[in-house]
Design a protein around this ligand. Structure first.
Ligand code: SF4
Ligand code: SF4
Ligand code: SF4
Length: 367
């Protein structure tokens, strides 16, 4: 009986462009995902949530009460309780099932350890990594990535063409200043809680820079710290200097997040470095090139998560393999000679808007 309610919820979730995690043959929902829904929602809550449309489509409390044939006061009490622990997105008396990145990470936006966190992490490992849901989380079935790389601003050679969406500072300046918040990075938080964080001595858990309504939501939930544009830019630069890769939604306008990612914990980057998803991230339109000041010390090669730099014996300088390089520019920050700069290398085209991106992802996943 219980499973039937959760399967109906999974069917709703499956209607979103990224779909829901399935078993290996695709015939059923992944059993660990159903278990995960059980961990998130009680049977009484799941019973009400089955009347919701797909994630991010809002519905009023009254509509839920009418559909369920239940008294409005009772329904409001249950929905606001779920909202308070982030299991629903809310706007006044309207609620929606959370977007997939929120749903997958709910426990991991909290840095304190709660009773269910380890079980949530175990189930994530099963449906997300073993069950290969990362392929849908990172890109469409046809290989359209959901996130793109933002290169290091100061590494772009002065004579190279740059677009606003490619320069982190200009990109941040183009977002509403009152809608930015630093929210704990759920990928590194999960690894920290489970004792599997390989980058512990290298990077802080740190934060994602949320933008727009998502920033306001996290701030209202007490999970985000409001920052202005200057603080967001300073935070971005500081994390890139440490060696974290800057990423955002694969769009030119309307991005909701800037991520600063490591290679060992990140649910996006690991697709390229550890799992079999070469389409996990859209590379930038830049690659590094060493000039005559390069002394061949090899320091930059150690910074690259993607093994894209090798020493060229003939020239004595470092050389890049463009197919492996995602154009993040992190390697350039390690060079003591300042000999490594980013040169334009046209290869990627982000979508204009989030709407175009999700439409394409939905079409490609359903074919
Ligand atoms: S995508 Fe990157 S910054 Fe965002 S949550 Fe994961 S590791 Fe953290
Ligand atoms: S070589 Fe590596 S670190 Fe440098 S830009 Fe390419 S992917 Fe980034
Ligand atoms: S760190 Fe600088 S000097 Fe050393 S190999 Fe890399 S580009 Fe050359």
């Amino acid at each position: 009986m219980d499973d039937a309610i959760y399967k109906r919820m999974a069917e709703k979730i499956d209607e979103n462009p990224m779909m829901a995690p399935k078993s290996e043959d695709g015939a059923a929902f992944h059993p660990s995902f159903i278990q995960y829904l059980k961990l998130l929602y009680s049977p009484e809550e799941a019973d009400l949530l089955q009347y919701f449309p797909r994630p991010m489509k809002f519905i009023s409390t009254q509509e839920v009460a009418d559909a369920a044939g239940k008294e409005i006061g009772h329904v409001e009490k249950i929905l606001s309780g779920i909202h308070q622990r982030n299991g629903l997105t809310g706007m006044g008396n309207f609620y929606s099932l959370p977007a997939i990145p929120m749903l997958v990470n709910i426990h991991q936006f909290y840095t304190d350890i709660k009773a269910d966190d380890m079980e949530a992490a175990r189930l994530y490992r099963d449906y997300f990594i073993n069950g290969k849901y990362f392929k849908y989380y990172e890109s469409s079935a046809k290989g359209t990535p959901l996130m793109r790389v933002i290169p290091v601003d100061k590494a772009i050679e002065a004579d190279q063409q740059k677009l606003t969406a490619e320069e982190a500072h200009d990109f941040i300046m183009n977002h509403a200043p009152e809608e930015m918040a630093l929210v704990p990075c759920p990928c590194r938080t999960r690894a920290e809680k489970t004792g599997t964080r390989e980058c512990k001595d290298q990077f802080p858990i740190g934060a994602c820079i949320m933008m727009g309504p998502a920033a306001l939501h996290f701030e209202m939930q007490g999970l985000g710290k409001r920052v202005n544009r200057e603080q967001a830019m300073a935070y971005f630069d500081e994390m890139q200097n440490l060696g974290l890769v800057g990423m955002t939604d694969n769009t030119i306008k309307g991005a909701s997040v800037i991520c600063l990612c490591c290679e060992c914990c990140c649910s996006q980057v690991r697709g390229r470095t550890r799992w079999d998803n070469p389409d996990a991230i859209l590379a930038s339109n830049f690659v590094p090139q060493a000039n005559e000041d390069c002394v061949g010390c090899g320091t930059c090669t150690e910074r690259c998560f993607f093994n894209a730099l090798t020493m060229d014996e003939a020239s004595g300088r470092v050389a890049v393999e463009p197919k492996k390089c995602i154009g993040c520019g992190i390697c350039t920050l390690a060079c003591p000679q300042e000999a490594l700069k980013l040169q334009r290398f046209e290869r990627s085209k982000p979508f204009e808007t989030a709407r175009e991106l999700t439409k394409t992802i939905a079409m490609e996943n359903r074919k």
